[in-house]
Structures are given as C-alpha cells and as structure tokens.
Design a protein around this ligand. Structure first.
Ligand SMILES: O=P(O)(O)OC[C@H]1O[C@](O)(CO)[C@@H](O)[C@@H]1O
Length: 237
C-alpha cells in the first residue's frame, strides 16, 4: 500500500486527480467511481483539468434502492452534477435503484463489470470501514448485491437528506470481489471521523469485520488521507 498523508482534502484532491491523470495518460479506459463527500475535491480537480473521458467508460459502485436519477439524493444525480456534466464518458453505468426486479438488476450489473474490467477504482471509506456499501461482515467473495444499510451508515448519510427517515434502508452495491478485481485502487479519507476506520484498514488484521482491510491484499493501492484521518496510525508514512 502506498499511503500519502496530505494537509487537507483540497490537497488530497489534487493528488487524487494526478493519479487519474497518470492512469489516463497510460491508457486507462474504465474508471470505477464513488460518491459521498470524499471524492468531491478529486472530481473538482478533474473537472478543471484537461482530462478527457469521452472515449472512456465509468462504472459506479452503488446506488440507493428506490431512488432514480432525477432524485437529488441519488448517486446517479450526484455523478451527473459533480463530474459527468463537465466530463462526460462514452458510457456511464450506475446500478438502477428503481429496477422492478432487483435480483435481475444485480445479475445485469455483474455482467457490466465483467464486460468492463476496471482500470482505476476510486473509493471512500465509511466510519465503520465500509467500501462501496459493503458493510462489516460482507463476505470477501461477494459480487453485486442488495445491502441492508447499518444504522451507522444511515446516520452518517442522513446529513444529505431532510431527515433520517428519508434515508433509504437498502442499496445495490458492487461486492468486495468486484472491487478487488480493479487493476488499480485509490482510496481517500479525510477528517477525524475516519481515523479509526483508516487505522484498522491499514494496520489491523484483514477481516470481513473491516471491509477496507481487504485492500492490504491488493497489489496496487494508493491511500490518500489527511492528518486528521491519519492520527491513529502507528507507522511512519
Ligand atoms: O465520503 P463520505 O461521504 O464520508 O462517505 C464515505 C462512504 O460512504 C458512502 O457514501 C456510502 O455510505 C460511500 O459511497 C463512501 O465511500
């Protein structure tokens, strides 16, 4: 793991965008994308850069069940607003949270991932160590699946909704095995609230109780964290 400690999310976004730019210059065609507040500075840097995704494909990690692309809280809406409007891709895939048959949608999304192996995957991390919406306890061999969100994730994400009751209780998420298939992974984390999860993910045992700890087994991972998120690490980075 290549761990980079930066001053703040603004500096992290610049480093994150540099990693995208290098991958793109080296011919990366498929980008695994994430939502949440963490990737925002990287996306903002990409939007003002010369990167051109018009011959590339994006595959997003997850989507809430019950929310469609017109819903401002949906991840489809988020991606449009923060990246795709400024930097369109040839094809962008996001799980369909409105699919009438979720089992069929899950199989369909697995096929999309199989058809478009991810060159560079960006990840945030939940306070409980989740990646995508893979909550603690998710099997490491999981592929796309429907997830019942934990109360910790519902609470954390309620800041984006008018009230907690509006937060969907389930989501569709790429699985752990799907994420690990990416050729290169970039995880970013900022702020005190991520310090425990970061310490466990980088220096703790590899365990399904801390989904992000699986990244210790991936050969090409960069982790960008600010000093607040790094405060519980023991090693020198
Ligand atoms: O970046 P945030 O908003 O702290 O969220 C962290 C993680 O939680 C999720 O938003 C899901 O709850 C992920 O998509 C994200 O990586």
């Amino acid at each position: 793991m290549n761990v980079i400690v930066v001053k703040n999310a603004a500096e992290g976004g610049k480093k994150g965008a540099e990693i995208f730019m290098t991958a793109w210059q080296n011919g990366a065609k498929v980008y695994g994308l994430a939502t949440g507040s963490t990737p925002l500075t990287t996306y903002a840097e990409l939007c003002s850069s010369a990167i051109d995704f018009r011959k590339c494909t994006s595959v997003n990690l997850d989507e809430y069940v019950g929310l469609g692309p017109d819903d401002e809280q949906s991840y489809a809406y988020f991606m449009q607003k923060h990246l795709f409007n400024q930097k369109p891709f040839a094809h962008s895939y996001i799980p369909n949270g409105l699919a009438p048959d979720l089992a069929k949608e899950v199989a369909h999304y697995d096929q999309i991932i199989a058809d478009h192996p991810v060159d560079l995957q960006i990840l945030g991390i939940g306070r409980n160590g989740h990646i995508g919406f893979n909550e603690p306890g998710t099997p490491f061999d999981s592929t796309t699946h429907e997830v019942q969100l934990t109360q910790s994730t519902i609470d954390a994400n309620s800041r984006f909704f008018a009230n907690e009751a509006d937060v969907p209780r389930s989501a569709l998420s790429m699985g752990m095995a799907s994420i690990m298939q990416a050729h290169q992974i970039l995880l970013e984390a900022y702020g005190d609230a991520k310090a425990d999860a970061i310490a466990k993910a980088i220096e703790g045992p590899v365990t399904e109780d801390v989904p992000a700890s699986i990244l210790q087994r991936h050969p090409n991972v960069t982790i960008i964290i600010d000093e607040a998120a790094a405060q519980k690490l023991h090693g020198q980075y």
